[in-house]
Design a protein around this ligand. Structure first.
Ligand SMILES: [Zn+2]
Length: 276
C-alpha cells in the first residue's frame, strides 16, 4: 500500500481505507470498507454487503445500516448497483428518492449531495472519480470484463458528456483489488485486451504455462490516463485483496465462497429534495 496517500481509519465498528486526497477535499465522504466491523459470520465475516452470495439477508441489511450510520448517509441515500461486469454507466439525477438498487450497470454518476454511490467488490477494482470543479462524482466496478470493455475510460467520457467535466480537473482513486501477484489469467482473458494500449505492461507472461498475471489496477490507470487525467491525479491503493484475507473478501483467495466489501462515495451536504 502507498501509505503516503492512503490510510486505514475506523468509524464505530467499521474499518476502512481512505485516500488522503479525497478526505482533504472536504465536500466528499468516501470509504473503501474492509470486511471488518459487521455482523455476518463464517465465510461472510463480517461486514458483508453482498445479497447474492449465500449470506443471511437480514445480516446484510444490518451491515449496510451500520455503514450508513458510520458515514452519515441519509436514510434512503445508499445506492447499490446490480453489477453485471458490463460497461453500462447510469446517472442518478432528478429530485425524487434515489433507487436503492440500480438495474444492470457497473458505473454510477451523480451531482446530488447525500446520494452515496456504492460498489461491491471481492477482487474486482473499485474506481472513484471526483470533479472538484463541477462537484460531480462517479463510482465504478471493474473486473476483467468491465476493464476490457473500458469502463474506466467510459466514466471519464460520461463525466465530460453529462456534466462538462474536464479530464484535467478529475481526481481518480483506484481501491483495493486483486493484484498482479495473485491474478493469473488464461488466453481468452488475455485476448480480451488485445486491442488495449499498454497491454504488455499490465499482462506479464508466466513462463511455459500459457498464462499471464494481470494487473487490473494498472490497466484501469492506463485507461484513465489515456483520457487526459494527469498521472499525478490518479491514486492507487496498491493493496491486494487476495494477499490480505483478514482485511478483505477475495474471490480468488477464498475459492469463491466469500462476501463483498462495500466501497462508498458521496457528496456531502443536503440534497435539494430535503429542502423542498
Ligand atoms: Zn496478491
Amino acid at each position: 500500500m502507498d501509505s503516503r496517500m492512503f490510510r486505514f481509519a475506523r468509524r464505530g465498528a467499521v474499518e476502512y481505507l481512505e485516500a488522503e486526497a479525497l478526505a482533504g477535499l472536504g465536500f466528499v465522504e468516501h470509504a473503501f470498507c474492509t470486511r471488518r466491523g459487521g455482523v455476518s459470520t463464517g465465510d461472510f465475516s463480517s461486514l458483508n454487503a453482498g445479497f447474492r452470495v449465500g449470506d443471511q439477508e437480514e445480516a446484510v441489511m444490518r451491515n449496510l445500516a451500520r455503514v450508513g450510520g458510520a458515514f452519515a448517509i441519509p436514510a434512503d441515500g445508499l445506492v447499490l448497483m446490480r453489477q453485471v461486469h458490463g460497461g453500462t454507466i447510469r446517472v442518478i439525477a432528478g429530485d425524487g428518492p434515489p433507487p436503492a438498487c440500480v438495474p444492470e450497470c457497473d458505473g454510477l454518476i451523480t451531482a446530488r449531495p447525500g446520494v452515496a454511490l456504492a460498489v461491491k467488490t471481492a477482487d474486482c477494482v473499485p474506481l472513484f472519480f471526483v470533479d472538484p470543479v463541477r462537484r460531480v462524482i462517479g463510482a465504478a466496478h471493474a473486473g476483467w470484463r468491465g476493464t476490457a470493455l473500458g469502463i474506466a475510460g467510459r466514466m471519464v467520457d460520461a463525466l465530460a458528456a453529462g456534466f462538462g467535466s474536464h479530464p484535467a480537473d478529475l481526481l481518480a482513486v483506484i481501491g483495493p483489488a486483486v493484484g498482479p501477484c495473485c491474478y493469473q489469467v488464461d488466453q481468452p482473458v488475455r485476448g480480451a485486451f488485445a486491442a488495449h494500449a499498454g497491454a504488455e505492461r499490465f499482462l506479464s507472461p508466466c513462463p511455459g504455462e500459457g498464462r499471464w498475471m494481470l494487473d487490473l489496477a494498472l490497466a484501469n490507470r492506463l485507461q484513465i490516463e489515456a483520457r487526459g487525467v494527469p498521472g499525478g491525479s490518479i491514486l492507487c491503493a496498491g493493496l491486494c485483496t487476495a494477499c490480505c484475507p483478514d482485511l478483505f473478501f477475495s474471490h480468488r483467495g477464498s475459492s469463491g465462497c466469500t462476501g463483498r466489501q462495500v466501497n462508498l462515495l458521496m457528496l456531502r451536504g443536503t440534497d435539494a429534495r430535503k429542502n423542498a
